[in-house]
Design a binder for this molecule. Structure first.
Ligand SMILES: [Zn+2]
Length: 207
């Protein structure tokens, strides 16, 4: 089963993805792929770094190239989840072409749906460990994992969250329509306890 993960920042997509990894699906985060390629200095990584250093967006063709390389690894045989790509319909169309060539089409677009006001409440209560990047809540005075100092990332401040949600709505919501039009959209209500959401995810995906 090959899946595109959709959902606003803070909707709990990552948590659900982790549970799907436990069921054998490969989690392909394009952010991680890019960072990894840059760090390893691969051909695509070197090119990506030039754009990033110039403060420019990495071109779609390059991200598609990275995804294609990643899909050549054996762990995707049982299926994969794409996280962070595509972000708009143009990218989705390019992705579909590439996946059609590989014979690995998308089977479902999984949307973890949470209302913006709930997301703002969730994210603004989030705190991150300076030492190990553990993500907790404002109830954690020190990191429960390593005892490090907890702080609020700029990304988790309410004004920044609102901006991120606006960007998400503009860019990503047309994608929802795109996958709906193809009959691939599976939407679950993400505003519930993690395990209940996951039970719905399994039903939605038929796994
Ligand atoms: Zn820590």
């Amino acid at each position: 089963m090959n899946i595109v993960l959709l959902g606003a920042p803070g909707a709990g997509k990552g948590t659900q993805a982790q549970k799907l990894v436990d069921l054998g699906l490969a989690h392909i985060s394009t952010g991680d792929l890019l960072r990894g390629a840059v760090k390893e200095g691969t051909e695509l990584g070197v090119k990506a770094k030039e754009y990033m250093d110039a403060g420019q967006l990495v071109p779609d063709s390059l991200v598609i190239g990275l995804v294609k390389e990643r899909l050549a690894k054996p762990d995707v045989e049982a299926g994969f989840m794409l996280d962070g790509f595509p972000r708009n319909t143009a990218q989705a169309e390019t992705l579909d072409e590439m996946l059609a060539e590989l014979g690995k089409p998308i089977d479902a677009a999984l949307l973890v749906d949470v209302k913006p006001e709930v997301i703002i409440e969730r994210l603004s209560g989030r705190r991150t460990c300076r030492a190990c990047n553990y993500t907790g809540t404002k109830a954690d005075e020190v990191c429960p994992r390593c005892g490090g100092e907890m702080y609020q990332r700029d990304d988790d401040k309410p004004e920044t969250i609102q901006k991120r949600l606006n960007t998400y709505a503009e860019q990503t919501e047309p994608l929802i329509a795109y996958y709906e039009g193809k009959g691939l959209l599976k939407s679950v209500d993400g505003d519930r306890p993690v395990d209940e959401v996951f039970a719905d995810v399994k039903v939605a995906l038929g796994i």
